[in-house]
Design a protein around this ligand. Structure first.
Ligand code: SAH
Length: 207
């Protein structure tokens, strides 16, 4: 496996059939997903690990982790139509890890994992969606990879710091939003997105 072969495999997965605006269903660009997943892999955050993909959508990030040798992956997604696509996608790739797909709100997910990978809603439709995801991730994992709108950078970093997490790496991307939703008039629109790797600060004890 190389970074580019990972991107190729991810690009072959199916996306949302009918993306729901209210749930902010956007597929992560496969090249961007491969960039972060490959980095995480090189960092030793994937191979043999228990990974949770929160707001898994059609499964891109979690499936990428399985392809890179994760021991176990939880796909947590509250939209059953999206999770159906994720299950279909799982049948199209080869991996040896275990996968658990859960059709539920991330609020009810309580497994401890080694790493959370997530591209959650950016909080454009539901103002608090992004912080709910980060809050949950901070409770269940010591390492978090998370995508957020770049304009919320200071807020996201402070929010993570308050929960005892330090940003160790940061990437800025222009996210291509394909015109998958009816109200998008232009073919491709770009939004500025940041991705962070956060690590739990061992020196402090948080409840
Ligand atoms: N992670 C996927 C999808 C990103 S879109 C990818 O990278 O391609 C965000 C996803 O979060 C959507 O599929 C949406 O249905 C899901 N979602 C939004 N709020 C949720 C919640 N509270 N619990 C579980 N899933 C949620």
């Amino acid at each position: 496996m190389t970074k580019s072969s990972l991107a190729v495999q991810l690009s072959k997965l199916k996306g949302f059939n009918d993306a729901k605006v209210s749930l902010e269903q956007y597929l992560t660009d496969p090249e961007i997903a491969a960039e972060i997943l490959w980095f995480a892999h090189m960092q030793g955050d994937i191979d043999g690990k228990r990974v949770a993909d929160l707001g898994a959508g059609t499964g891109l990030l979690g499936i990428g982790a399985l392809l890179l040798g994760a021991k176990m992956v939880f796909l947590v997604e509250k939209d059953d139509a999206a999770l159906d696509v994720a299950r279909d996608n799982l049948g199209r790739v080869k991996f040896s890890g275990e996968v658990v797909s859960l059709n539920q709100d991330i609020m009810y997910f309580r497994e401890d994992v080694d790493v959370v990978l997530m591209n959650p809603p950016f909080g454009t439709k539901d103002r608090y969606a992004d912080r709910e995801f980060l809050e949950k991730a901070a409770k269940i994992a010591p390492i978090i990879y998370s995508f957020h709108k770049l304009e919320t950078k200071d807020f996201i970093q402070d929010f993570a710091k308050d929960r005892g997490f330090t940003p160790t790496h940061f990437w800025a991307f222009k996210f291509p939003l394909k015109a998958s939703m009816k109200q998008h008039k232009k073919k491709v629109k770009f939004i500025e997105v940041g991705c962070w790797r956060f690590v739990k600060d061992k020196r402090k004890i948080y409840k």
